[in-house]
Design a protein around this ligand. Structure first.
Ligand code: C2E
Ligand code: MG
Ligand code: MG
Ligand code: MG
Length: 284
């Protein structure tokens, strides 16, 4: 049925129509296969976490690590989050995958502490679908308890869009965990639409300046202005400010000169596997 196969392309402009082609059917099929593969991948332990250090710019110390999920696909090899997170979010599979990530990050952090390494905080990225689950705080508390990790060593990274969707609800959910000692950060800050009046009432410890502002700061005065404005905002609101995607000495120098508290990026370390992270922590 040609009519049923026809649809108006969303971004195709006025009067622009497209048809499902055999190629597009293949893509839909691939999506379905991928969805199935994620489900099986969770059961078969194909996912793993790399960790990237977060550095305090005053002391030079690593005070935290961010957990970043990867998928060792049996055929396609190692896949990055960009290749599967949005599909996992659309299909709801981010809920079981996110539970696994949270649990594994808590387990690993506790294992490092038990091995005698400096006590760090572990940051975990949380998608809207997870955060909106009934009894999300309960899931977090269970992950902490089952792994024996104290709440103060866990930070949850949320995005502006997630927080602004329903601010009062977000605050209520966050407070349930905050009273226990869990910290919150706003990830990719500056790329979403935060209401400043909402921002001041959110129980957030840390703003993470999005890496897009850091990337071109050497050549873009606007980016420099935005970064220094976010640093001032954080200071006024009693939040720490961390810059993401720091790759060069010059970027670091600018951030330091402008009073940025913390930084994360390839300049310090790429995301690395737990063994390499333990070695890095022993060296410091
Ligand atoms: P994010 O949370 O903003 O994480 C930072 C991303 O920037 C990571 O990409 C990291 O590898 C990369 N990065 C760090 N330093 C640098 C740098 O100096 N230069 C450049 N060019 N990139 C840098 P990654 O690991 O590919 O993750 C991409 C995104 O996927 C994350 O962005 C996060 O939004 C999402 N993600 C990762 N793991 C999880 C997870 O467990 N759950 C959920 N829901 N999302 C996740
Ligand atoms: Mg993050
Ligand atoms: Mg980010
Ligand atoms: Mg992100």
């Amino acid at each position: 049925n040609a009519d049923a196969a026809m649809y108006q392309a969303k971004n195709g402009g006025r009067d622009s129509f497209q048809f499902f082609t055999p190629e597009m059917n293949t893509k839909a099929h691939e999506r379905f296969a991928m969805q199935d593969a994620i489900r099986k991948g969770i059961a078969r332990s194909e996912f793993y976490l790399d960790y990237q250090p977060q550095v305090d710019l005053r002391s030079g110390r690593i005070f935290a690590v961010e957990a970043l999920v990867r998928w060792r696909h049996p055929v396609l090899g190692v896949l990055s989050p960009a290749q599967f997170i949005s599909l996992a979010e659309e299909t709801g599979l981010i809920v079981p995958l996110g539970d696994w990530v949270l649990n594994e990050a808590c387990r690993q952090n506790k294992a490092w502490q038990d091995a005698g390494l400096a006590h760090l905080s572990v940051s975990v990225n949380v998608s809207a679908r997870q955060f909106q689950e009934k009894d999300w705080p309960g899931r977090v508390i269970r992950a902490l308890e089952e792994n024996g990790l104290e709440a103060e060593y866990l930070e949850l990274e949320l995005t502006e869009s997630l927080l602004m969707r329903n601010v009062d609800q977000a605050i209520a959910t966050m407070k349930e965990l905050q009273v226990l000692g869990v910290h919150f950060a706003i990830d990719d800050f500056g790329t979403g639409y935060s209401s400043l009046s909402a921002l001041k009432s959110l129980p957030v410890s840390r703003l993470k300046i999005d890496q897009s502002f850091v990337r071109n700061l050497a050549h873009d005065e606007d980016d420099r202005s935005i970064i220094s404005a976010v640093i001032s905002l954080g200071q006024r609101l009693n939040m720490l400010v961390i810059a993401e995607g720091v790759e060069t000495e010059d970027q670091l120098a600018f951030l330091r000169a402008n009073g940025c508290d913390e930084a994360q990026g390839y300049h310090f370390s790429r995301p690395i596997e737990p063994k390499a992270m333990a070695d890095l922590l022993k060296l410091r």
